[in-house]
Design a binder for this molecule. Structure first.
Ligand code: ADP
Ligand code: MG
Length: 380
């Protein structure tokens, strides 16, 4: 794996794969964090007088009609705003063809071109998402060097990451490097290694749980995930239980009876504290309770490494946010290196202004996949 800083990019046409997959609502970019996270590598290349051809996906594009809401044009304006004054930042509404090629031919060293959403190539036969080799070869033909810095897509092998790399000298940018370094303590953990996993659906995370249970000393559960484990023993009332995952959950519990730690109390819909072994048919548990938090604090304080994913309760509603907030605060105070990953984990940390963690990963699915497998699929 080559690092961008060890490659000769000077005056080269560099194809840079970024993750500029921002959320756009009513024509507005909700958060420009992904764009900001990409700037270090872009600026480095500009300082090296490279011609920087940026590619990214945005949302899902299955039909012609999807194009309108998934154009990178808004991102182009934002990029123009964020790059140093006077930088030439071109826009290509085309993902292939003579117009795109002549725009690139006109670029001068130290200029940028943002190409329209790579997934526009998904309309006829999912060429981008299915890693079509003709498309990858074509995109590769537009540059001299390929740099991948789209950490959020590293779990996928698409034409614009895995594909292009097959046809050009290639390396990884600073964002991917930062993620690999930040996540290192979870890949090679110091023990005791405590994992705290919560969230809504077990099915999304069961493979990750199986992988991580091989490595961790304790897995503390919260959210709907915990309900499905507790449902093997207790009546969970109206709480969110994934019936289809009960068999797999049972297997995990049989394999690791001492590692898996479950909530013993919770907060129901009417904000009552309820012991998990005494729920009524009407109870819908939406947060972990105080006894559970106290118990989890013991594990958090003895850990050397913590990985935190998901939200222990429905933190979007302040009435059910105290579990999520307490766990975050306990981790921030604990002596362990705490690594946080996952979309809602990150959003909840932002909501409660938690900053004192060892590392907060920017990836959602990509982070979880990497932690489970120890591999970045797109680089394989
Ligand atoms: P991440 O994005 O960090 O991987 P998830 O998306 O798996 O996390 O989980 C977060 C979601 O889980 C939140 O939207 C939260 O409201 C929901 N959640 C947490 N606890 C519960 C619960 N007890 N019942 C239903 N949903 C829950
Ligand atoms: Mg989520």
């Amino acid at each position: 794996m080559n690092l961008i800083q060890n490659m000769n990019v000077e005056n080269k046409k560099v194809i840079l794969r970024c993750d500029l997959n921002v959320t756009i609502k009513n024509g507005q970019i909700l958060s420009d964090e992904k764009i900001i996270a990409s700037l270090e590598t872009i600026n480095y290349l500009l300082n090296k007088n490279a011609k920087v051809i940026i590619m990214s996906h945005l949302g899902r594009v299955e039909t012609e009609a999807d194009k309108k809401d998934n154009s990178l044009l808004k991102v182009h304006s934002k990029l123009f705003e964020l790059l140093p004054d006077g930088t030439g930042v071109y826009w290509s509404p085309f993902t292939r063809g003579s117009e795109l090629e002549s725009l690139i031919a006109e670029m001068k060293p130290g200029e940028v071109l943002l190409m329209e959403n790579t997934r526009f190539e998904d309309i006829n036969g999912k060429k981008e998402s299915k890693n079509d080799s003709e498309l990858a070869k074509y995109w590769a033909s537009l540059g001299d060097i390929f740099i991948n810095d789209a950490f959020g897509m590293t779990h996928r092998r698409h034409a614009s990451n895995n594909g292009i790399a097959k046809y050009l000298p290639n390396g990884i940018g600073f964002l991917i490097q930062k993620e690999i370094n930040g996540l290192e303590p979870v890949i090679n953990p110091e023990h005791p290694f405590v994992v705290i996993m919560s969230g809504a659906k077990v099915a999304d995370k069961i493979d990750l749980m199986a992988n991580i249970l091989k490595k961790c000393d304790y897995l503390l559960l919260g959210g709907g995930i915990a309900h499905t484990f507790n449902a093997l023993k207790y009546n969970m009332g109206k709480s969110l239980v994934s019936e289809e995952s009960l068999d797999e959950v049972k297997k995990l519990l049989q394999m690791y009876p001492d590692k898996i730690i479950m909530p013993t109390d919770g907060i129901n819909e009417t904000e009552e504290i309820k012991p998990i072994d005494a729920l009524d048919d009407q109870d819908n548990i939406l947060d972990i309770g105080p006894e559970t938090i106290k118990n989890y604090a013991k594990y958090i304080n003895l850990a050397k490494t913590i990985f935190l994913n998901g939200a222990a309760g429905v933190y979007e509603d302040d009435r059910f946010a105290s579990g999520t907030k307490s766990i975050l605060e306990l981790c921030a105070k604990a002596p362990a290196k705490t690594i946080l990953g996952g979309g809602d984990a990150l959003a909840s940390a932002e909501k409660y202004n938690i900053k004192d963690l060892y590392f907060m990963s920017t990836g959602g699915g990509a982070t979880l996949d990497y932690i489970g497998s120890g591999k970045l699929n797109c680089l394989e």
